[in-house]
Design a protein around this ligand. Structure first.
Ligand code: CAA
Length: 296
């Protein structure tokens, strides 16, 4: 990601340099761009206020090693502070996998202390996603296994392609899910199903994932990105502050007893009443016109 900020001006051949040097510099700059493309494990594209964050380590089915997680954190923090961005789609590059889990090669070398560190690194990034102030949708094409399934679980919404497969195969490796899977799966699919998936390590296909509430919808593989954008479009046309507060209220309620959760909901409801967006949303309804939210 850092390298992505290298200015490309050097690619323009300087007019005073000898021709061979101009060509050499030009080729070197092209090569540098290729290297940049190779080292970017996570890319960010922004279009129509939606940031698409893509994990791109296709030769290892987008498996999460510390570098991928690090880049994912950098990418997320950059879109968090980007005022243009109203929603995020998180996806994996290639046809085969969303993310096939934590990198098993890395795991094979860990001792107990390193294992805790690996778990904490992933948990930290996934927590950042769950607490993200903008809606995050996982567009899951292909395998979402282990840490990949846990990554999808940390997102606020999930859309799957028909070839998606979800599972927590860690026990088959002598491990347990270490990126929040033992906590988040049960919230979505219920305790019984979560325990069964965790203890058998078996995969569920996209349709079953939809049936048990693990994903919000299933779409053809070649429509995944478009349909994900459509879904996110429906979210970000709403008041941005209201969307943020809705997320905050829903997730806060998971952590506290219901009386305090309701207090918090009422407080957020009150905060919204002080926003321009609430005035705009209510007036637009009464005036029978679409709202023009400013995010304040
Ligand atoms: N880590 C590292 N490399 C992985 C990987 C992973 N999680 N998943 C796939 N790969 C690599 C394979 O080793 C292979 O690399 P090489 O070509 O260099 O051998 C490449 O990706 C392609 O994979 P396959 O040849 O295995 O592809 P396939 O189509 O035959 O099988 C699969 C696909 C069923 C997803 C299979 O790759 C698989 O079972 N992967 C492991 C899934 C898994 O167990 N994930 C959990 C990891 S543990 C974890 O995530 C812990 C945690 O909670 C923190």
């Amino acid at each position: 990601m850092e390298l992505g900020h290298i200015p490309l001006e050097g690619r323009v051949p300087p007019s005073r340099a000898p021709l061979f040097l101009q060509i050499h510099r030009y080729l070197f700059s092209l090569q540098r761009e290729t290297i940049m493309a190779e080292v970017a494990l996570v890319t960010v594209g922004i279009e129509d206020r939606i940031a698409t964050v893509t994990i791109d380590r296709q030769k290892k089915l987008n498996a999460l090693n510390p570098e991928v997680l690090e880049e994912l954190g950098v990418a997320l923090r950059s879109v968090e502070t980007d005022e243009e961005v109203r929603g995020v789609i998180l996806t994996g590059a290639g046809e085969k996998a969303f993310v096939a889990g934590a990198d098993i090669g890395v795991l094979s070398e860990m001792d107990a202390a390193a294992a805790v560190e690996i778990s904490r690194q992933g948990q930290g990034i996934f927590d950042l996603i769950e607490r993200f102030p903008k809606p995050v949708l996982a567009a899951v094409g292909g395998y979402a296994l282990g840490g990949g399934c846990e990554l999808a679980l940390a997102c606020h919404m999930r859309l799957a392609s028909e070839n998606a497969r979800f599972g927590l195969p860690e026990v088959g490796l002598g491990l347990i899910p270490g990126y929040g899977g033992t906590v988040r799966l049960a919230r979505l699919v219920g305790l019984g199903r979560a325990v069964q998936m965790t203890l058998t390590g078996e995969m569920v296909d996209a349709l079953k994932a939809e049936r048990i509430g693990l994903v919000g919808g299933v779409v053809p593989r070649d429509e995944l990105q478009v349909r994900a954008r459509d879904l996110m479009g429906k979210v970000i046309k709403n008041g941005p502050v209201a969307v943020r507060m809705a997320l905050e209220s829903v997730y806060h309620a998971l952590e506290v007893e219901s009386g305090r959760a309701l207090d918090h909901e009422a407080a957020l409801f009150g905060l919204l009443a002080a926003t321009d967006d609430m005035r705009e949303g209510l007036n637009a309804f009464l005036e029978k016109r679409p709202p023009r939210f400013q995010g304040r």
